[in-house]
Design a binder for this molecule. Structure first.
Ligand code: 6PG
Length: 258
């Protein structure tokens, strides 16, 4: 089987330049999906990085007017096991900055059922929701997965050393995260990689060393969970500001596939 292309790296000088470009790319993907299949399934990330993107999607008049929100369904790549109104909630971030400001149907917003006190039960319930979405979807995939990355190389709530990096088949899980001394709720690579488009949004100088290791370093999946994206069967696009990209050696070819 011919090797799939390596990741695409898109670098913008600042977040202020990066966000509109990514918003326009997301809009193009959404409109193509709706034209082709009548719906756009989007997996959102948590953390602080996506906040300016969500704000832009909600407030830029041209993008907001053109975005097919009435045909869009959203999911999350991971969640903290806290109420949806909690300051740490990934749902709350997206709802406050974006979803409460666009014409998306409440029934199209699929958040983790954090009301279930048992994390494993919440993950299993969400896996069933995601499973139904993927089973009904053309080719069994999401249209767009948006991820961030931590300075330790985690994506979603797949942290260094996570057993979920070793071929978990479940679509969602509730791993204990020793580094945070807490349980998280997360989609697994088995779900995150089932997508037509996958974008990793990383900004800031504090992540530059990790970006270089993940993209240009040797495969070390347990230490750098973001390297699981090398196994993606679609091109992965890394959207970086110059600060996050500053240590990349642009002369290097994309890394060999996992
Ligand atoms: C979360 C996110 C997580 C995030 C990274 C980066 O729940 O925290 O889903 O995977 O993308 O931790 O977080 P920042 O954007 O805050 O740096």
């Amino acid at each position: 089987m011919s090797a799939l292309p390596g990741p695409r790296v898109r670098i913008a000088p600042t977040v202020e330049v990066l966000v509109p470009r990514l918003a326009r790319y997301l809009l193009r993907c959404a409109r193509m999906a709706v034209r082709a299949r009548g719906r756009f399934s989007l997996v959102l990330t948590g953390g602080s990085t996506p906040r300016p993107l969500y704000e832009y999607l909600a407030t830029n008049a041209r993008v907001a007017a053109a975005f097919p929100w009435s045909d869009t369904v959203v999911f999350w790549g991971d969640e903290r096991h806290v109420p949806p109104t909690h300051a740490d909630s990934n749902f709350r971030l997206a709802h406050e900055t974006l979803l409460s400001r666009v014409p998306i149907a409440p029934a199209h917003i699929h958040r983790f059922p954090v009301e279930l006190p048992d994390g494993d039960a919440a993950a299993a319930a969400y896996a069933a929701v995601v499973g139904r979405e993927l089973a009904d979807a053309a080719e069994g995939v999401f249209d767009f997965v948006l991820l961030g990355m931590g300075a330790d190389g985690h994506i979603a709530s797949l942290f260094p050393g996570s057993p979920l990096l070793r071929g978990a088949t479940a679509l969602a899980s509730a791993p204990w995260v020793p580094a945070l001394d807490t349980q998280r709720l997360t989609l697994t690579p088995a779900a995150l990689l089932r997508t037509r488009s996958l974008v990793v949004l990383v900004t800031g100088a504090g992540k530059a060393a990790t970006v270089r290791e993940v993209l240009e370093g040797p495969l070390d999946l347990s230490r750098l969970p973001a390297q699981c994206l090398r196994a993606a069967h679609v091109p992965v696009t890394w959207c970086l500001d110059a600060a996050a990209a500053r240590l990349l050696d642009s002369r290097l070819p994309p890394p060999a596939r996992a």
